[in-house]
Design a protein around this ligand. Structure first.
Ligand code: ZN
Length: 281
């Protein structure tokens, strides 16, 4: 492990606050582990000595890797279980916490994973429950960033995550992956705005489309959201790759691949037009 104590002499407010809240031994342990994390990734070439970047990395890595957090995490699980019982014992809550306990038992050496994604790529994809990027793209913990939203659209917030992904955490290649039979094809801004203005209760979908069955009132706040619905999947992949490709915060040397996931077969189908737009310069 490369040791470079100078990198930690920056005294950002975050770092100072963390020092005050933790005892010196804990801070030393955190720093030691974070140093391992960053040096594994090539800290000198990647983070340099810029104080701000180092401070951000310190905060993030400390929060992610500190042994204090581990003990707090165990406490949080116990609290959540109690809360579940007090809330009438939601079955889903109990199932999730039970599954997590099994996961923790088999966690193994994943506690040593570095913060930056080891395979240095990112996927922007839809939140659809049928899509499992870890499975369809062969990911293990620590491999890649996966950014998900409704439709896998290149929203401002998705781009925010992608910029962080390369600028601070070193990803070099990106995928935009939409999918067949996406729910974002089944309504328009006008439809969801009207539904929400009627009622906040979940709408039903029948042969005539979505309709409200819940109680009023609704809210007109939906008028102020661009819902980024999809008219045509192939076009939407190309539009999103184009937006990311020409975004002023995105460097031209990151290739952006455009794909459509087929929910009937699990296959990733290339959208050549999108990949052409996303070609690295
Ligand atoms: Zn979708």
């Amino acid at each position: 492990m490369q040791s470079d104590p100078d990198s930690y002499q920056d005294s950002s407010k975050d770092t100072q606050a963390q020092r005050k809240m933790t005892n010196p031994k804990t801070v030393t342990a955190k720093r030691s582990r974070m140093s391992l994390c960053i040096s594994n990734f090539g800290r000198r070439s990647f983070l340099g000595r810029a104080g701000v970047v180092t401070a951000v990395a310190t905060s993030v890595a400390t929060a992610m890797m500190s042994p204090v957090r581990s003990s707090t995490k165990r406490g949080d699980i116990a609290y959540a279980q109690n809360t579940g019982e007090r809330n009438g014992g939601s079955q889903i809550l109990q199932e999730v916490l039970s599954a997590n306990q099994t996961y923790v038992k088999n966690f193994g050496d994943k506690s040593n994973l570095p913060l930056p994604p080891g395979r240095r790529f990112a996927i922007l994809t839809c939140m659809d429950a049928r899509l499992d990027p870890a499975k369809y793209a062969g990911l293990s913990e620590g491999d890649a960033h996966v950014i998900r939203n409704a439709g896998g659209r290149a929203s401002d917030d998705a781009i925010r995550s992608l910029v962080i992904s390369y600028k601070l955490l070193g990803t070099k290649e990106w995928f935009v992956i939409h999918h067949t039979n996406c729910g974002m094809e089944f309504f328009t801004d006008q439809v969801i705005r009207k539904l929400l203005s009627n009622s906040l209760t979940t709408a039903v979908l029948d042969e005539n489309g979505f309709r409200d069955v819940g109680q009023r009132p609704g809210s007109t706040e939906g008028e102020f959201i661009n819902w980024l619905t999809i008219n045509d999947q192939v076009t939407s992949v190309a539009i999103d790759v184009r937006r990311i490709r020409f975004h002023p915060l995105v460097p031209r040397d990151i290739p952006i691949y455009g794909y459509l996931y087929d929910v009937k077969t699990g296959e990733l189908i290339e959208i050549p037009e999108a990949t052409e737009i996303g070609r690295a310069a």
